[in-house]
Write a protein that binds this ligand. Structure first.
Ligand code: ZN
Ligand code: ZN
Length: 146
């Protein structure tokens, strides 16, 4: 499946070819911290099937639990995570961060990984009460979630 994406500020734009059947939710603690969220959704492409159209990515190299280096690319202007890959030479797999993909509403993850570190409420996420837009915060700073 052909996809394209961009960061929040628009400095980075890319296109890629992914296999939408191999999309997953990663619950590892590094994805929680690096995404600023409870989990991250990832789709895979290969180095030669990913084309950076505009901008220049910044790379942060994290060390995984395995001890391997995992370069994380992101927009240097707005911080949007774009993909992670392996260090060193050789044909590489890029794990694209689905939040930057324009077609993300058409791509459905089908497995959780690193579920041992998933937040305990993940299983109940579908049954939580839903507010269509921003919650109300009044001038005194009171948050209204009713
Ligand atoms: Zn940006
Ligand atoms: Zn992860």
């Amino acid at each position: 499946m052909k996809i394209d994406g961009r960061c929040h500020c628009g400095y980075i734009a890319y296109e890629a070819e992914i296999d939408p059947d191999k999309t997953l939710i990663c619950n590892c603690t590094d994805c929680q911290t690096l995404s600023g969220s409870a989990f991250r959704v990832v789709a895979y492409t290969r180095e030669d099937a990913f084309k950076l159209l505009t901008g220049e990515l910044k790379i942060y190299v994290k060390i995984g639990e395995s001890g391997n280096e995992r370069p994380q690319s992101f927009c240097p202007e707005c911080g949007t995570p774009i993909y992670a890959t392996a260090a060193g030479e050789g044909p590489k797999v890029y794990s694209i961060r689905l939040g930057s993909v324009r077609q993300r509403d058409q791509i459905v993850p089908n497995v959780h990984v690193w579920f041992r570190s998933a937040q305990p409420w993940i299983a109940h996420i579908g049954s939580m009460r839903k507010i269509e837009k921003q919650p109300q915060i009044d001038k005194t700073g009171k948050v209204n979630l009713t």
